[in-house]
Ligand binder design. Structure first.
Ligand code: AMP
Ligand code: MG
Length: 419
């Protein structure tokens, strides 16, 4: 049996092949309460001004600014309080010369008033108060439409829904939100050496750690995941399982079996189901055997069985594809420059990705490998929030060098409060 020859392509080219596929972005509606993490499928247009009326940003008194002309420490001007409103109430009283309405934050400014005097700027007595400075037209007033006017596009199609987006949607009365459907994902760990998490260890066997990791990565997008049983290295049953997974889910992620070993059946499975293999070798370490195929509008991600390679494959190829299916405008990983904090002298024949801990310090970003970093490593993934990316054809990166870093985790927390 001769070993199949594979030609490596640059990672960037591999990602672009994934992203060039024709996938259908399907629109649906979800409840506002369930919309976090989805991508908007339509522009959201302001149906009214925000604020909707001139309002008071403070607790104080609404006055006519013209009545405050000439006020000073020596010449305090007195106002008579003729009404009292809280937020949500509207005063219908006519405000005459040197009259005022006691008004709370968020309340609508009475029609005749055009300025607000804060409590702290007054000396109060029972039904009157005095001020010691003149107020300008619209001083201390939040103006109708100062944030957004009717017809503005306030949220854009393709935008990820975050808590702030939800606040805007709530403002405009969206109980249902137009979003793109999220893909459902089948996760299949392949390998006759694999045991389920609950199994006792046996000679020559290891527990399936990739399956639960990939499921968790997918769930961090809020995707619905079908976690399949461990699949033995057996061609016939593997073909059946992959076919079944394709019929029940929008995409299929397998781990293991994409290499050129005697029991690596993924290449044959792709043939058997007539999938178009987009690439089966990427110029990267780890995970050069990572394979992505496409069949009838569905992705099949063949991630390496080596845990670090598997994780890297998900970050590089699955995440952008999921974003694309979800109709997102921003699909790609965030990249930063950081100062390498320890030597890394290994050669990099291909682009190397190193699980790493990036830290944003007041002086800029720093990064260190997050532990033992071979492709089979698992612990370093747990301590990583990033991957260092070293270009192919280089070696000898030293502490102090600036390197490219791909951020993999958005929730970064510090042990110390740095405020
Ligand atoms: P493979 O990609 O099938 O050649 O596997 C590469 C290496 O990853 C082997 O050492 C496997 O035992 C290991 N491996 C494969 N699948 C998993 C998995 N689901 N969890 C942990 N390690 C795995
Ligand atoms: Mg295997």
């Amino acid at each position: 049996m001769s070993v199949e020859k594979r030609t490596p392509i640059p990672v960037k080219e591999a990602i672009s092949r994934v992203m060039k596929q024709n996938v259908e972005v399907r629109k649906t509606q979800v409840k506002l309460d369930d919309s976090l993490g989805y991508v908007l499928a339509e522009d959201i247009v302001a149906t009214y001004d925000i604020p909707r009326f001139n309002k008071s940003p403070y607790d104080g008194f609404a006055i006519r600014s013209e009545d405050s002309k000439g006020a000073s420490g020596e010449h305090r001007i007195e106002f008579e309080v003729i009404d009292h409103i809280g937020a949500g109430s509207v005063s219908n009283k006519k405000i005459g010369k040197n009259q005022a309405v006691r008004i709370m934050t968020g309340a609508q400014i009475p029609e005749d008033a055009d300025a607000v005097v804060m409590f702290e700027q007054t000396v109060e007595s029972e039904t009157t108060f005095t001020i010691r400075k003149p107020f300008e037209h619209f001083e201390n007033v939040s103006l109708k439409g100062e944030e957004t006017t009717t017809g503005d596009i306030v949220l854009q199609k393709g935008q990820h829904i975050n808590p702030g987006t939800i606040a805007v949607l709530a403002t405009y009365g969206y109980t249902e939100v137009p979003v793109a459907m999220k893909p459902s994902v089948a996760v299949i760990a392949t390998g006759s050496e694999l045991l389920e998490v609950e199994d006792e260890l046996e000679p020559g066997k290891i527990r399936n750690s990739n399956g639960p990791m990939i499921k968790a990565l997918a769930e961090s997008f809020g995707l619905e995941v079908g976690a399949y049983k461990i699949q033995q290295d057996d061609l016939e049953s593997s073909i059946q399982v992959v076919k079944e997974a394709l019929s029940q889910h929008d995409m299929v992620i397998t781990t293991g079996g994409v290499s050129v070993g005697d029991f690596d059946y993924l290449p044959e499975i792709y043939k058997a189901i007539n999938a178009d293999v987009l690439f089966n070798k990427a110029a990267q370490r780890p995970g050069s055997v990572t394979t992505v195929a496409f069949a009838n509008g569905q992705y099949l991600f063949g991630l390496s069985g080596n845990p670090s390679a598997c994780f890297t494959g998900f970050e590089l190829y699955v995440k952008p594809a999921v974003n694309k299916i979800m109709g997102a405008k921003a699909c790609y990983p965030q990249m930063i420059k950081a100062t390498l904090m320890e030597d890394f002298t290994k050669a990099n024949p291909f682009t190397r990705f190193i699980r790493a801990k990036a830290t944003l310090t007041p002086a800029g970003a720093t990064v260190v490998p997050s532990g033992f970093n071979k492709s089979g490593a698992v612990v370093a993934i747990a301590h990583a929030n990033a991957m260092i990316m070293l270009p192919g054809g280089t070696r000898g990166f030293k502490a102090g060098h600036t390197v490219d870093v791909l951020l993999t985790e958005s929730n970064a927390f510090e042990e110390e409060l740095l405020l």
